[in-house]
Write a new protein. Structure first.
Length: 143
């Protein structure tokens, strides 16, 4: 669908829309508690994240490869793929570190009660969503 809309509105509008949809799903994930409803919270957010990121990835790949000579298309695709893999690895490592550090410090200061480990397990990832939302929303800013 994005390949139909892309020539009409351009990549900036679609990428901004995808990042806003993804950021909205991450904001919705802040509702995650120790006993969430899978369908209402996790599944709904995963579907919306998939829609937003699907728009972003499709448009990014189409835009990155547009205008490349046919004999260079393989190299261009490899560069795009490598960049996505390395960026995803670095981002995941950084955000996992934030989540783990937050979970550990939360558990160290509030280690009482039978639900403390479960609460800490939801607290850490919810704190790591703040940088993710910021990065997603900052991608929508026009340069």
């Amino acid at each position: 669908m994005s390949s139909i809309v892309l020539p009409r509105v351009g990549p900036r509008v679609l990428i901004a829309s995808g990042t806003l949809v993804g950021a909205g799903a991450m904001v919705y994930l802040t509702q995650l508690t120790v006993t969430p409803s899978y369908t209402a919270v996790i599944l709904a957010a995963a579907i919306v994240l998939g829609l937003g990121f699907g728009i972003i990835f499709a448009v990014t790949i189409n835009t990155a490869i547009a205008g490349v000579r046919p004999q260079d298309a393989g190299v261009a695709w490899a560069l795009v793929n490598t960049t996505q893999q390395v960026g995803g690895s670095i981002g995941l490592s950084a955000l996992s570190t934030v989540a783990l550090t937050t979970t550990a410090s939360y558990l160290a200061t509030r280690h009482t009660g039978p639900l403390a480990p479960a609460t800490a397990a939801t607290h850490g990832p919810s704190r790591s969503r703040r940088p993710r939302r910021f990065l997603s929303l900052s991608a929508t800013v026009r340069r």
